[in-house]
Design a protein around this ligand. Structure first.
Ligand code: ADP
Ligand code: ZN
Length: 758
């Protein structure tokens, strides 16, 4: 047999290698090391074939792990991904295995244990131990087996002494695998299935009925579970998973990284891994150590863990007999990977479900427009949970017109009188407040009021953000930092009264401490939460009532519920509205709804105060009335009128380089290449910016400078394509890209279904 191997270097080509006798049992999906020129390179076996067209094949050098790591089903998924997302197959293949699993031969952690040897009984006969040895032996005999380090400590002895016992045949010292469990210190109490309310029961029934067809090729059905926050979606997931397990099927639960809070993981562990019924739940996310990730992954590959909960890349988990994939908060942007392969985990989940006949459940209180549209049209089965489980009302939302506040106060304060008053009330009553502002740092710009100087990033077309706590200026795109000047750096000006404008979380924190000197405030943003445990600790403190006001960025927007929070304040609701992105309104609506959902989850009714400069914008008004359907209808019309998703699919081509002329030139060249590759029905109308094509429904816009023209020293120009036939367009783009010789110093990235248009 001959192995066909896809190497880790993106050559878009596979190579044949012979299989040496010692490695005869090699499987498709095995990770191998092979010679390539003078180098040794890792790769994946994609097929075993009888014959190769080439003579003198070199042999595979070694195999990593005992068996194939990429299962045939995941291999098929990776191939689809390469085609659809227009990336090299090697790149797609690389992303389906965690780094630590891919190239490490021996990933398990081993430690030495001392245990009673099988020959001990016989060996004991007629020997006399010194009192020191007898003491050590007593400990081992009593415990039967214990880690060597623990033995040395307890017995206050040395390894040499224990070796003496080994020499006499009483004791064995052997290496043993120890699993690194990231949740070993948690004591989780078991929970039991709750009696479902009628809407939950109806939803569960439809999901489990569809699961009866699980495993049938192309039997996978996709559901969209639209339920307001607190409507009991998670309970439906839990019971659907229990049914899957009953049928011998496995499940994957995807959660956006940020809400991978202990709370979420705990709920799954409490139901399945605590108490009598014990099913291993494997957890995969970026906060695990490499070793922990290795162990969690292999528990899945070995079939010991049948439930996987994880972020984006957990969609590739090697779960055998997969029955169910749940995508919680399906609208979240974090499901999209922003480097090649630029896949969207929700969409990959749906494709995987189809391939393996697994049921896919997308859940959200604020589904993406695309998913809800598919739900309405019957492409997905739409399940609605319109009410909170506890019968509680949605919180009351008040919108404060900041233009009026600004007029009255002759300036723009951070806190309107309404919000100030509401916070004071909560402090008085001992209730908690969450404040939300989606911008970290202190001030967005350092500006000189005399000469107009603005501190900009030398690498990006963006102003630097002032971070007061760290006393520096930072670029939020490239990470460039500089000391904050005390006087205007402009030689001709040197104004000592340089000012900061725009508000970030650090400034809010500062103003809060002046307004409410006795309040206990905690800031939660990526600057304040640098270490692995910070996030968890802050939430723990908040839950325990050691914090009065939790102030944060989107980090606090989701998934958390705290019964004592009765007020949520949104400092600047329209911040995201003005971004040059057709999803700006949708994002604002989602964010407001999610943040508002944090209020009033206990006995006291919640209140939400939204400060806005565009208080009558539909995204804000529909969010105020908790009216998802209303927002959906009007937003859909907007998308229809401009042929944006869900009425098309978008491909965004970004050309980057240090030399803007070269970038522009290549962008024009690329545009012509695409136009030639897609036969047009007729020439576009004179003067029309967009060329329409009957087959693809193609709309080509650009090239044009990207909204962020320069980032990390590179100029960026973009071409946007909209089409009804993305799979076909992807193929064309792959060909065009192959035939295009990129000049030195110019980069091209293709982003299919982009979520970030910047
Ligand atoms: P969601 O995921 O939609 O936000 P959850 O599943 O977290 O909602 O449910 C909110 C709260 O209601 C949780 O504390 C949960 O335990 C509880 N809950 C869910 N379903 C029921 C039910 N049928 N009966 C009683 N309590 C329930
Ligand atoms: Zn920068």
């Amino acid at each position: 047999m001959i192995a066909r191997v896809s190497l880790e270097i993106a050559l878009r080509k596979e190579f044949d290698y012979s299989i040496p006798a010692g490695l005869a049992g090699i499987e498709v999906g095995a990770r191998v090391q092979v010679p390539f020129g003078a180098r040794k390179i890792y790769g994946t076996v994609t097929a075993l074939v009888e014959e190769s067209g080439r003579p003198n094949l070199k042999p595979i050098l070694k195999v990593i792990g005992a068996r194939g790591l990429v299962t045939p089903k995941v291999l098929r998924l990776a191939r689809w991904m390469a085609d659809y997302y227009c990336c090299a197959p090697e790149t797609a293949l690389k992303s389906v295995l965690p780094e630590v699993v891919r190239n490490r031969e021996e990933g398990w952690k081993k430690r030495l244990v001392a245990r009673v040897a099988p020959s001990a009984a016989a060996a004991l006969d007629g020997i006399k131990l010194s009192s020191r040895l007898q003491e050590v032996w007593n400990i081992i005999e009593e415990r039967r087996e214990l880690p060597l380090t623990e033995l040395l400590e307890t017995a206050e002895t040395t390894a040499a002494t224990v070796r003496k016992l080994e020499d006499r045949g009483l004791v064995e010292i052997v290496p043993q695998v120890t699993e690194r469990d990231p949740y070993r210190d948690e004591h989780i109490l078991p929970t039991h299935p709750l009696a479902l309310n009628p809407t939950q029961a109806a939803a569960l029934k439809k999901i489990t009925t569809a699961m009866n067809d699980a495993g049938r090729e192309d039997g996978g059905r996709t559901f969209l579970l639209h339920g307001v926050t607190g409507s009991g979606k998670t309970e439906v997931y839990l019971q659907a998973i229990a049914r899957a397990l009953d049928q011998g099927l496995g499940a994957i639960v995807l959660v956006p990284e940020i809400s991978l809070t202990p709370q979420t993981v705990e709920r799954f562990k409490a139901r399945f891994s605590a108490g009598a019924r014990h099913t291993l739940v494997a957890v995969l996310h970026s906060h695990l150590s490499a070793g922990e990730r290795h162990d969690e992954w292999h528990k899945i590959r070995e079939g010991r863990a049948r439930i996987v909960i994880g972020a984006r890349s957990a969609v590739f988990a090697p779960v055998d007999r997969l029955g169910l994939i749940i995508v919680d908060e399906e609208h979240e942007q974090t499901y999209k990977q922003e480097e090649a392969p630029r896949y969207h985990a929700r969409d990959v989940a749906i494709v995987r479900g189809k391939m393996e006949g697994a049921v896919v459940v997308l859940g959200s209180a604020t589904p993406s427009l695309e998913s809800y549209h598919h739900g309405r049209r019957g492409k997905y089965a739409l399940l609605e949970l319109p009410e909170r489980v506890d019968g509680q009302k949605m919180p009351r939302v008040r919108v404060v017109d900041m233009r009026q506040t600004a007029r009255r106060e002759k300036g723009i304060p951070i806190f309107s009188p309404q919000l100030k008053e509401a916070i004071a009330q909560r402090l008085e009553r001992g209730e908690q407040t969450i404040l939300f502002l989606n911008r970290r740092g202190h001030s967005t710009a350092l500006q000189c009021p005399l000469c107009g100087y603005v501190a900009g990033c030398p690498n990006c077309s963006l102003s630097l953000t002032y971070h007061r706590v760290e006393q520096k200026l930072c670029c939020h795109v490239c990470g460039h930092t500089a000391p904050a000047p005390r006087i205007c750096p402009n030689e001709k000006c040197r104004n000592p009264a340089i000012r900061f404008s725009g508000t970030g979380t650090q400034k809010v924190e500062e103003v809060l401490s002046k307004l409410f000197p006795n309040a206990r405030v905690r800031r939660m943003d990526s600057d304040a939460m640098k270490r692995k445990d910070d996030y968890r600790r802050a939430l723990g403190d908040f839950r325990a009532g050691r914090i009065d006001i939790l102030l944060g960025t989107q980090m606090i927007a989701k998934g958390l519920h705290f019964p004592n929070v009765t007020l949520v304040g949104i400092i600047y609701a329209d911040m995201a509205l003005h971004q040059p992105d057709f999803r700006a309104g949708e994002r604002t609506f989602q964010l407001l709804t999610q943040v508002a959902g944090r209020a009033g989850r206990g006995d006291v009714e919640g209140e939400v105060i939204v400060q806005a400069f565009a208080p009558f914008h539909p995204a804000i008004q529909y969010a105020r009335r908790h009216d998802f359907a209303g927002f959906f209808e009007q937003e859909l019309e907007f998308r229809r009128s401009l042929t944006y998703p869900p009425f098309s699919r978008v491909a965004l081509l970004t050309i980057r380089g240090r030399n803007e002329d070269k970038v522009k030139f290549l962008a024009d060249h690329l545009k012509r290449g695409i136009e030639q590759a897609i036969p047009r029905k007729g020439a576009p109308a004179p003067g029309a910016p967009d060329a329409e094509n009957a087959n693809f429904g193609l709309i080509l816009s650009g090239p044009a400078p990207a909204p962020l023209l320069r980032a990390e020293s590179l100029y960026r120009h973009q071409i946007m394509l909209r089409t009804r036939a993305m799979s076909r367009l992807s193929r064309v783009l792959a060909e065009v890209r192959q035939s295009l010789a990129l000049p030195e110093g110019v980069l091209l990235s293709v982003d299919i279904d982009p979520v970030d248009l910047g």
